[in-house]
Design a protein around this ligand. Structure first.
Ligand SMILES: [Zn+2]
Length: 253
């Protein structure tokens, strides 16, 4: 059986299904979940089906994934229908954040260094997933997703719990000045070599705080995908690897 990473802040909610997949060499392609990177679709489907069975939701849940493009586009899912899970072709196009209050839908993002964020409004029972690389972070996709939860479901930000899941850490995320110039607090210059290190966790954490979330409702993973590439796919460390891991959230009806 595959292992999953679970988050303490979400464990208190019985009907919430969530997690992040970890690499596992007993499965095809180290348990990658990506259709769009050229692997055999049948093998990736085996991984996807295994996850649903392990979670015990293979019979009664739909799954929705987006065709992620480093945009700041947020889509609200209003009906139960599986998209982007059995076929890549029907994934929600040009979108990097999904929001819903529908039950028995799993929504997820695929990453390998970019920041995955999971959101849960415990009162309105709305959920969201966000994919934020530096471009999406710069374009405030996380702030925009929370604004969408407020707009669509009347969420109060004091009720929203957030997980910043494993991504590349500031220990490893060296960027050029062209990228660094887009950020202030979250960039540090190494005085020895002059290189810029970007802290995307911090930048996204700040978006959560600025949106009005309570500090105690936010969990930031201390894992770096590049340092821990035994467990996670890392686009940088593995030189443009094609594997992707899945971070997901769903709510039982
Ligand atoms: Zn690192």
């Amino acid at each position: 059986m595959s292992n999953l990473l679970k988050y303490d802040k979400f464990k208190q909610f019985d009907r919430l299904i969530h997690g992040t997949t970890l690499k596992n060499d007993i499965f095809p392609y180290m348990f990658s979940f990506a259709f769009h990177t050229g692997e055999d679709v049948g093998d990736i489907s085996k991984n996807r089906n295994h996850l649903m069975e392990k979670l015990g939701i293979d019979k009664d849940f739909d799954v929705v994934l987006a065709n992620q493009t480093h945009s700041n586009n947020v889509v609200v899912i209003k009906e139960r229908k599986t998209l982007g899970w059995k076929n890549h072709g029907d994934a929600i196009s040009d979108c990097d954040a999904l929001v819903t209050n529908q039950k028995n839908i799993l929504i997820g993002v695929l990453t390998a260094d970019c920041v995955p964020v999971l959101l849960f409004d415990k009162t309105k029972e709305a959920i969201a997933v966000v994919h934020a690389g530096w471009k999406g972070t710069k374009a405030q996709i996380l702030s925009k997703t929370i604004a969408k939860m407020i707009d669509a479901f009347d969420s109060n930000t004091k009720d929203i719990y957030a997980i910043i899941a494993p991504c590349i850490g500031s220990c490893c995320y060296e960027v050029g000045s062209d990228v660094a110039d887009n950020f202030n607090d979250s960039v540090k210059q190494n005085m020895q070599n002059g290189k810029f290190m970007l802290d995307l966790k911090k930048e996204n954490y700040n978006q959560l705080i600025n949106a009005g979330l309570e500090k105690e409702n936010i969990e930031v993973s201390n894992k770096c995908t590049s340092c821990d590439s035994d467990s996670f796919f890392s686009y940088r460390k593995e030189q443009e690897c094609s594997g992707r891991f899945l971070s997901f959230i769903g709510m039982r009806g």
